[in-house]
Each structure stands twice: as C-alpha cells, then as structure tokens.
Design a protein around this ligand. Structure first.
Ligand code: PEP
Length: 258
C-alpha cells in the first residue's frame, strides 16, 4: 500500500512572531510542489499565529506535547481538546528532551497517546536509544520496548479499530549532534518497530502506520533515508528552522526521483 510520506518539523523552543511569519510564509510558498505531507510542530503560544499563516495551504500544524488530562488543575498543561481548537493535527509525544528533562515515563506517554487519539489528533510517538543503550543493548531493544510500553499504556493493544499514529525513531545520540544514523541503521530499527506494531495492533495497522526517522536530518541526507522501505518520512529539528533546508527536505522526491 502507498502511504504519503510525512516530513514534520519540530521547532522546539524557538521562534518569535516575526521569525515565524517569515518562515511559514516562505515555507508555504516554497513547498507548493511537495508530494509528501509537511507539518510544523510549533511552541503552543504560536499555534494561533501559525494556524492563520497555514490557512488555505497544504502545510499542517502540530504541537510538541499534549496533556494526558482532559481539563482541570494541571497548571501549565495544554489539553488535546485545546490543541484541536487551533487546527492542530499532530502532537509529538515522548520526545527524548521531554523524557530526559521532564522525566516523562512510558506509562504517562501512553496516556498522552490515548488523549491525543481520543480528540482526533495524530500522536507522533518518539522512541529511541541513547548512546549508552546502543552499546549495552544494541539498536532496537530500547525503541521497541518504549513502543510496546506506550501502546500498552494507551490501551491500544489488541483493541479493535485502526488508530492513526505516527512512530518516530529518533536515536538520542543523533539528535542535534550532526551525526545522523545511517539509512541502514534507521531501516533496521524501523523494520523492528513495524514488526512490533504488527504483533500488537495487527498487520493492517502496521502497514498503514508511518514510521519516521529523526536525528540530524538535512537536505543532504534526506534522500538516503527516504529510499528505505520502512522509513515513511522524517522528524526534523534544527533544519526545520531554515526555510531553504526544510523546503528542500520536503521536496526530497526530487532527489530520490520518485
Ligand atoms: C528532533 O528534535 O526531533 C530532532 C530530530 O532534532 P535534529 O533534527 O536537530 O537532530
């Protein structure tokens, strides 16, 4: 089955009203011929601004986190229902920076995945090993365990229905380091993640789920990842803040020749 590839930019805690305006206008103009789905995951205060800038274009909107709670006394959190009101389609869940700096656990992340799905958002569930994990356990053990735990925590295992979820394989050692995984490494882990999806959610869901690679993706290496059969797109951090780079990444088909 053919899935549209997804290129999602993660701005992290970057941006300003002026910078976002310039970046999104240029992106909307520059990615007209992108044959994949393109999204930007922006800091929560800028959702309304970017929603307005994306209006009428194919550029989709994402958030960088979502609360597991519906509403109430959870100071600082943003609910899935609130994100939905701002036209958000994707919510990153379990980025390694949130796991590391905010101590987010797989159990909490499962509840975030469930909250996102309940409100019609597509969670982009991030999994990935540290350099230490890689040395001790090899490349796929930790990402697969994180995926299993989050799907179980979300109550999705062995349930009927086909949740629209995106899994992003992001080796922690590759994020922001300039040292991307090789396409072969990304494919090896993506294939294991798909096998795990098939085991837990069924073959159809596994086939339909987009698995992204993230970690130092640039215009110069995107094509190599996109050639891999189990890599359905990329989650892009630093390079998503540079319009020339990000637009070029989003037009990767030109490099791949598809
Ligand atoms: C990320 O933050 O998800 C990421 C992949 O960052 P970078 O592309 O900068 O490595």
């Amino acid at each position: 089955m053919t899935k549209k590839k997804l290129i999602a930019g993660n701005w992290k805690m970057n941006g300003s009203l002026a910078a976002n305006d310039a970046l999104v206008r240029a992106l909307v103009a520059g990615m007209k011929d992108a044959a994949c789905t393109v999204a930007v995951c922006v800091p929560a205060p800028y959702l309304a601004q970017v929603q307005a800038l994306c209006a009428g274009s194919a550029l989709e909107l994402g958030a960088q986190d979502v609360s597991p709670h519906e509403q109430g006394a959870y100071t600082g959190e943003v609910s899935a229902a609130m994100l939905k009101e701002f036209g958000v389609r994707y919510a990153i869940v379990g980025h390694s920076e949130r796991r590391q700096y905010h101590g987010e656990t797989d159990e909490q992340l499962g509840r975030k995945v469930a909250a996102a799905i309940k409100h019609g958002l597509v969670p982009i569930l991030c999994v990935g090993e540290t350099a230490d994990d890689l040395e001790k356990h090899g490349p796929s053990a930790v990402p697969v365990a994180q995926l299993r735990a989050a799907l179980a925590g979300a109550g999705l295992v062995d349930k009927k229905g086909t949740p629209d979820i995106v899994v992003a394989y992001e080796p922690v050692w590759a994020i922001g380091s300039g040292q991307a995984a090789t396409a072969e490494q990304a494919e090896q882990v993506a294939a294991k993640l798909r096998e795990t999806l098939a085991e837990l959610l069924g073959a159809d869901v596994a086939d339909a789920t987009r698995i992204l690679y993230g970690g130092s993706v640039k215009s110069g290496n995107i094509a190599s990842f996109m050639r891999e059969p189990n890599v359905d797109g990329a989650l892009v951090g630093g390079a998503s803040l540079d319009v020339t780079e990000f637009a070029s990444i989003a037009r990767f088909q030109k490099h791949v020749g598809t």
